[in-house]
Design a protein around this ligand. Structure first.
Ligand code: ADP
Ligand code: MG
Length: 720
């Protein structure tokens, strides 16, 4: 056990035991002492300061007061109970009135009353620590922590652990608290853990990098992140730990990329081929400069002899599909097959329709495969893929099924990649029978902020279409609350009279699915009442419909047989109806910025002036108001994505939930630590430039660290 404190099971940490261990494991993911000391405080409290009761207000976070117990009241289900006859199993609530000479405060306990009563019953002075709030007009604290007061003026030192001037506040849950693992218990356990583990902790960064980057040693960092000696020590500790975390992440990604660039296992596609030229020559428009640039980048990848792994980012409507088609044609022109995968049935169908149109004169055979393809169709599609007569296949997840086999898949285009997991991609790679990994183009319309892209896709090359096709008119975005609905309906009628079509979108939040559908149904009824047939025609699409129903309704709208399409956010991805010029988003405050932006991108595709109207509730939180205002102020998707990330953190960022981060970050924040990330990335790049395989002895510790399993979770190019 000696040398292995860090790997020791958490239950053997003194003060833990099997019961608490299972809580720490399930709630905080801490299975070992090593895991445990990597749970960092998210906030610190200066325990040396005491707040006078008269100055405490409910909008303060945690405060510490020093006060005398004046009166204790015990209450059961039927009211007050005299302390003498109290059977503590009938006491439901204890109320303690305390005073510090500047004012009174009520302390309330619902649990652990017997023990707390015995501690406080004789009166005297204590230090109470908790969150002030107001109940029935009186200042109170619920379940404060209680310490005997030290002689005046020494409270801070008395409460301090390891001589720290501040106390950390750790992530907590209801279950942890109920299991007796309070904030103070966490502090105490952490102190014990550090005393045991610190002496054994080995430096995890090479010495030369510590010096070069001015980083504090690991033992100093870990000690001070939990029990800071002072502010300066805390800052140094934080920087060191953040840097290290981001550095290793980047190092592992960049190393993967390096390994890939050394592999000569890419399918060499030297020509563009006839089909490409025919299609290109018959386009009804010129490609934008950005589209041309991106196609050149892709071409260079495809003929390089290395496998392409490229992420194509482009705002909604920037013309990514066109790029996908031309890329697929390069593969076909070189004698390979290509597949284009879309996240939804509706989108796959639409892609198929558009792509078939572009390919009309090329002689390339295309096919569609989705979950609702009939058995006979399927057999035919499978056969065409197997014998190689089908050049381009468009489809959904159905393409991943085991019985789909390609003769020689040379390219996989994945649209809206965030809907696909890494495993699904790997499955696709295995379908190729020519022995070489297909080139991969991942397309996303979710503008991903730079810092996040670097982390999520550090091992991919990135192309950006940063230019919209000419002739797009700006979309006017307005917000309105319920009172303006009559004006909205009037406006909609005017637009319909002009021959335009309208989307109305309702939020869909899975936790309250029932309620959401109720909202949708009520909304639909309201619309049908206000826009009766004839002359108005309203279609509805939502997730509970069968694929046929969805298709029927979408097609009715796309073909202009309906004026209004009421929908849940299923239309979020991709549908193209150029004649739709108004997007109404109901309960817009319930959508994230990126999602609002995606929805808005459904209009403004035709030649008419377009509008996006954000309907909101009357009372909005400050954050929601900010979001709505931003939407009205800018159409720039990247700006919105940056803002979204700042406001919600990267975990919530639309489009990243499923793909997740390659490794979970325990201290660095992608939203806030962009500068540290840059620094860490440059440093990682410099290390690899000098020692790409990390074989030099000074880099031994680096090679060891990124050899760990947690860095081995994703590699887009894997075909094993
Ligand atoms: P994205 O997938 O990036 O959201 P699409 O590929 O669906 O965008 O393109 C949106 C619309 O713009 C389509 O109707 C497409 O035909 C059209 N389009 C694409 N490229 C151009 C271009 N260079 N000039 C004019 N229109 C274009
Ligand atoms: Mg698209």
């Amino acid at each position: 056990m000696e040398k292995n404190v860090l790997q020791t099971d958490i239950q053997f940490l003194p003060g833990v035991g099997p019961k608490r261990a299972s809580l720490l494991r399930s709630e905080l993911n801490a299975g070992t002492i090593g895991d445990f000391i990597r749970i960092y405080p998210f906030r610190y409290i200066d325990r040396s300061s005491i707040v006078p009761i008269s100055a405490a207000t409910p909008d303060m976070a945690y405060v510490q007061i020093r006060a005398r117990v004046e009166e204790i009241g015990l209450f059961g289900a039927n009211g007050s109970i005299a302390a003498e006859d109290a059977k503590f199993n009938t006491v439901r609530r204890m109320s303690v009135k305390v005073s510090d000479g500047t004012g009174y405060m009520e302390l309330v306990f619902f649990k652990g009353i017997k023990w707390m009563y015995s501690k406080l019953k004789d009166g005297g002075e204590f230090v109470f620590f908790g969150k002030p709030s107001i109940f029935k007009g009186r200042l109170n604290m619920v379940h404060p922590e209680v310490d005997a007061a030290a002689p005046s003026g020494q409270d801070g030192k008395a409460a301090g652990f390891m001589n720290a001037s501040m106390t950390g506040v750790y992530p907590s849950t209801e279950k942890l608290k109920n299991g007796g693992i309070t904030g103070k218990v966490m502090n105490r356990l952490m102190e014990t853990a550090l005393k045991m583990a610190l002496p054994d902790m080995e430096e995890s960064m090479p010495q030369y990098l510590l010096v070069e980057k001015g980083l504090v040693p690991i033992q100093f960092a870990v000690r001070n992140i939990h029990f800071p000696k002072d502010m300066a020590a805390l800052e140094k500790a934080k920087y060191r730990l953040k840097f290290e975390e981001l550095f290793y992440l980047q190092l592992s990604l960049l190393k993967q990329k390096y390994v890939r660039s050394r592999n000569e296992n890419g399918i060499r596609m030297l020509k563009v081929g006839d089909a490409f030229n025919i299609c290109y020559g018959s386009l009804p428009f010129d490609l934008t400069g950005a589209q041309k640039r991106v196609i050149t980048e892709i071409r260079d990848d495809m003929k390089s002899g290395h496998q392409m792994n490229r992420l194509l980012q482009g705002d909604v409507g920037s013309g990514k599909t066109m790029v996908a088609v031309l890329t697929a044609l390069i593969a076909v022109g070189n004698g390979y097959q290509a597949c284009i995968m879309a996240p939804t049935e509706v989108l796959a169908q639409q892609h198929f329709k558009n792509i078939s149109k572009y390919l009309k004169n090329t002689g390339v055979r295309t096919a569609l495969l989705t979950g609702s393809s009939k058995a006979a169709e399927r057999r035919e599609v499978h056969a065409g893929l197997e014998d190689g007569s089908t050049g381009i296949i468009v489809g959904t997840h159905a393409l991943l099924e085991d019985n789909v086999v390609f003769r020689n898949l040379g390219l996989a285009v994945i649209d809206e990649q965030h809907r696909f997991g890494v495993e699904q991609r790997a499955k696709l790679w295995r379908k190729t029978s020519c022995g070489l990994a297909p080139h991969v183009l991942v397309m996303t319309a979710t503008p991903i902020p730079r810092t996040l892209a670097m982390t999520l896709y550090g091992d991919l090359d990135v192309s950006v279409i940063d230019e919209l096709p000419p002739g797009r008119k700006p979309i006017q975005t307005l917000s309105a609350s319920e009172g303006r609905r009559p004006a909205l309906f009037k406006f909609m009628k005017d637009q319909i009279a002009l021959g335009r079509q309208i989307f109305i979108v309702y939020p869909l939040i899975f936790e309250s699915e029932k309620m959401d559908y109720k909202n949708l149904e009520t909304g639909y009824e309201q619309i049908v009442n206000a826009f009766p047939f004839p002359p108005y025609r309203t279609a509805i699409v939502h997730g509970k419909q069968s694929n046929d129903e969805k298709k029927f309704n979408m097609e009715a709208f796309a073909a202009g047989r309906a004026d209004i399409l009421v929908a849940t956010s299923v239309i979020e991805v991709g549908v193209d109806v150029p004649n739709a010029s108004v997007m109404v988003i109901e309960s817009a405050e319930r959508f994230g910025l990126s999602q609002l932006h995606q929805l808005r991108g459904r209009v403004g595709r035709g030649s008419e002036k377009s509008y996006c109207i954000l309907m909101t509730g009357n009372r909005l939180s400050k954050e929601s108001r900010h979001r709505i205002e931003l939407m009205c102020a800018t159409e720039n998707g990247f700006e919105l994505a940056e803002e979204d990330m700042k406001m919600r953190g990267p975990g919530d960022l639309e489009g990243t939930q499923q793909s997740g981060l390659p490794v979970s970050l325990s201290i660095a924040s992608l939203a806030r630590d962009g500068l540290v990330l840059n620094d860490a990335r440059q440093c990682a790049q410099a290390v690899l430039d000098e020692d790409p395989r990390l074989v030099q002895s000074k880099n031994r510790v680096l090679a060891e660290e990124i050899g760990k399993e947690k860095y081995n979770v994703r590699d887009y190019s894997q075909i094993s």
